[in-house]
Design a protein around this ligand. Structure first.
Ligand code: PHE
Length: 339
């Protein structure tokens, strides 16, 4: 056995090859499952016990030398062998630099999660929309100022095709296809023609909520929003609703939460008022139900919409909205722990 190993070692030392194919056949000849060295190793069990140690060491030496030799030969041809994919199985797996989730994704997922627990399912719609889904089906009058060139981005040459200005368009997309009960949460990007500054951007993100069923009341809306606020900002969070106006809800309201920084005492973030505005909401206007094929004498609904950047700002006190879209890795890295 020792003789055989010695001879094979000499053979291995003398190996030569002219190209990658020859190297591969040498590898198969010596090192594959049925290769010469592998079968030598299989014979190992017949070696008398007192020789096992020495023979074992020699076989290992032979095998390692053969591997080395094949790699040496490969190196000679390696670089111009484009077909061969060399995988370095000796490379350690860690540490691998991991990316971090974007703060807006973190907050979006948190919002979806809270409403999912309340039975809301996810719905999405297109960002490039038509006037019908964004405005007309949402009960906007023909001359409503929100349709104005100041706010809406139009797709050139198609005055009817626009970038959606709110996720309320997804309400219409879902209702036109689905009869109640409808209970959905719709996250997505929206666009408005505004000058970019620390406090405004030409695109941002919203989450829309819609619930349509028999016997839906304003109390249900208020209770769901209170639960959301407490899940999102902490158990001691208070809410207040102020009357407001949206074409697609009646009555409409804006909701404030007690300041997340000073807990309602008054500070610079809440400008001394103790309250922060976070969303718009209301009972779905009967016209909206009818325009989207739902019988308004039988069904009622509530809807709400909030800006994800706004919620993220309150959670993380990001001073400049532009940080969210600049993708500065130093900023993004700060949210590593929140992943
Ligand atoms: N779409 C409104 C906005 O963009 C928010 C909203 C949604 C208000 C649903 C009421 C109901 O400001």
């Amino acid at each position: 056995m020792l003789e055989k190993i010695k001879d094979m070692l000499a053979e291995v030392e003398a190996l030569q090859a002219k190209n990658a194919e020859e190297i591969e056949s040498l590898r198969i000849k010596y090192l594959s499952k049925k290769g010469l060295i592998t079968s030598l190793m299989a014979d190992f069990r017949n070696v008398p016990a007192e020789q096992k140690k020495e023979v074992g060491m020699k076989i290992n030496e032979l095998k390692n030398r053969a591997l080395e030799k094949i790699n040496e030969l490969r190196e000679t041809f390696g670089t111009d062998d484009k077909d061969e994919c060399i995988i370095d199985i000796t490379r350690t797996a860690y540490p691998v630099a991991l990316g971090t989730r974007h703060p807006l994704s973190i907050v979006k997922n948190e919002i979806i999660d809270i409403f999912a627990r309340l039975g809301f399912s996810l719905a999405e719609g297109p960002e490039v929309e038509d006037d019908w889904h964004v405005f007309s089906s949402m009960n906007f009058a023909e001359d409503h100022p929100a349709r104005d060139m100041q706010d809406t981005f139009f797709v050139e040459a198609h005055p009817d095709i626009i970038l959606r200005t709110h996720t309320s368009s997804v309400q219409s997309r879902v209702m036109e296809k689905q009869q109640p009960p409808v209970r959905i949460i719709c996250p997505g990007r929206v666009y408005r023609n505004e000058a970019v500054s620390a406090r405004a951007h030409c695109f941002f993100h919203q989450v829309e909520g819609l619930y349509v069923d028999e016997d839906v009341s304003f109390t249900d809306l208020k209770q769901v929003l209170l639960l959301f606020a407490r899940e999102m900002f902490g158990e001691d969070t208070q809410i207040r609703l102020r009357p407001s106006y949206f074409p697609f809800t009646e009555p409409s309201a804006e909701m404030d939460v007690s300041c997340t920084l000073c807990k309602g005492q008054g500070c610079s973030m809440c400008k001394g008022s103790g309250w922060l505005e976070i969303l718009g909401c209301g009972m779905v206007h009967p016209n909206v139900l009818e325009l989207n094929g739902i019988d308004s004498t039988k069904y009622k609904g509530y809807a709400f919409g909030m800006g994800i950047e706004r919620i993220a700002n309150l959670k993380y006190q990001v001073k400049d909205l532009r940080m969210f879209s600049e993708n500065d890795v130093r900023f993004l890295k700060e949210f590593e722990a929140a992943n």
